[in-house]
Design a protein around this ligand. Structure first.
Ligand code: SF4
Length: 431
């Protein structure tokens, strides 16, 4: 019989659970009961799986089988409703997971409703003039459907003026609060991170270890349970943008994404994974059957600057990164998102914006602009609003949809690049 000690059910797929119940001499329908209990009911202990016989529950417990749900050790609640969770893992390590209620109010392109709106409008920017007119006069969904049909018939490039108008329309809709009712969970994929982006607090931790697929899915299950929401009834977006580089924990990340789609019930179009630019994995990811949308953390407009800000650029430079992005097999209505963290007086100049526009020319993409979220130990400053706006304008005038992300949970260190503080405290050796 298989050694089941220390085995967590979270992270096992259908086939693995079937093999587990078979090894115990149990009928195959037990695997379905376990799937339901672990991923849909999100029970915390074997004892709570009421569909199993008492005897089987005892056998599983005796053999050291657990659910493997991360324990919520601390919650930090922001003024804007964002919650940063400190999750304790079985081996004493910790990671952070962030809950952003009701969309993101402008964090376009991260799988949220704001992101969807951005995509829809960005998509329509390459449509015919009549398609654009429809958007201004009709209810957006109907207009977008019609535009999509026209788009199939007419392969057209960007129309800059049209694109600008649609960008304004998107901004209006976001300001009107039309992205309400969707929440986003930001998940970690590693304890710490090895990538060493110079503007990121997580980088200061270094990498401690990869998370298992179960620990990645477990963060989602723990937050869903805590927030008392359940997909697909509640529309939940996921972003793999927490601690760690998902493409340096590729197998576990891909398995977790599959479990989240197939067992937890979150559509892949509601998930976005962000990579710092692990080029070989971008190629691999394009061939995955189940894959979240792709975001690439760009952050610089030329190799010299990018190598300074993101040392991994020495290994995979902009030419290699852009070649991978251009070769990436996009699905219908899919766009690549490029994230660009603006650092005051470093990468926020008009010439940087023009270089970015040149890098992305002709690509089916959009850009999310993020003003640096400051933190102790980070040498950079947040750019002023005018620089940010000017950067956005240059991109938009070049025909590239560009959106400014509003930081969420900055006051509790939950914003982009800020995940570190409590992990550091929780994992520090006792004095
Ligand atoms: S920005 Fe992302 S990839 Fe870069 S160090 Fe931070 S967590 Fe790692």
């Amino acid at each position: 019989m298989e050694d089941l000690s220390q085995r967590a059910l979270l992270g096992l797929d259908r086939a693995e659970l079937a093999s587990l119940v078979e090894s115990l001499g149990e009928p195959s329908y037990r695997a379905k009961q376990l799937l339901e209990a672990v991923y849909r009911q999100r029970v915390e202990s074997i004892e709570q799986i009421s569909t199993l016989s008492q005897q089987l529950r005892e056998t599983l417990a005796e053999k050291g089988v657990s659910i493997g749900l991360p324990q919520i050790e601390k919650r930090f609640v922001s003024q804007d409703g964002t919650v940063r969770y400190l999750m304790a893992l079985a081996d004493g390590q910790s990671v952070e997971t962030v809950w952003m209620p009701e969309g993101d109010g402008g964090e376009a392109g991260d799988g949220s409703e704001a992101g969807e709106l951005a995509e829809r409008f960005a998509e329509s920017s390459s449509l015919s003039a009549s398609g654009a007119k429809a958007l201004s006069e009709e209810e957006p969904t109907a207009a977008l459907k019609r535009c999509a049909t026209q788009n199939q018939r007419q392969e057209q490039g960007f129309n800059q003026r049209q694109n600008q108008g649609l960008n304004q329309k998107l901004d209006q809709k976001l300001n009107q609060g039309q992205n309400q009712g969707r929440s986003t969970i930001c998940i970690s994929s590693q304890v710490g991170c090895a990538v060493d982006c110079q503007f990121c607090l997580t980088a200061l931790l270094g990498v401690k270890r990869n998370l298992t697929a179960g620990e990645i899915v477990g963060q989602v299950c723990a937050v869903l349970k805590d927030q008392k929401v359940s997909p697909p009834e509640d529309r939940i977006n996921l972003v793999f943008m927490g601690m760690g580089e998902p493409f340096l924990n590729y197998e576990n990340f891909v398995k977790a994404a599959r479990l989240l789609v197939e067992e937890v019930g979150i559509a892949e179009r509601r998930m976005t994974v962000s990579t710092a630019g692990i080029v070989p994995r971008i190629h691999d990811f394009g061939g995955e059957k189940i894959r979240p949308k792709l975001a690439i953390s760009l952050n610089a407009s030329n190799d010299e600057l990018r190598t300074r800000l993101m040392p991994l650029n020495k290994k995979w430079n902009l030419e290699m990164l852009m070649a991978a992005a251009r070769a990436y097999p996009l699905r219908t209505r899919e766009w690549i998102t490029f994230e660009y963290v603006l650092l005051g007086e470093v990468n926020d100049r008009p010439e940087n914006a023009r270089e970015v526009a040149e890098l992305l020319r002709g690509m089916r993409c959009k850009v999310n602009l993020i003003a640096l979220n400051p933190g102790p130990g980070i040498e950079f400053t947040t750019p002023d609003g005018e620089r940010l706006a000017a950067f956005q304008t240059i991109l938009r005038e070049a025909g590239i949809p560009a959106f400014v992300r509003r930081p969420r949970g900055r006051d509790i260190y939950a914003a982009c690049g800020q995940l570190k503080r409590t992990v550091e405290i929780a994992t520090a050796p006792a004095p």
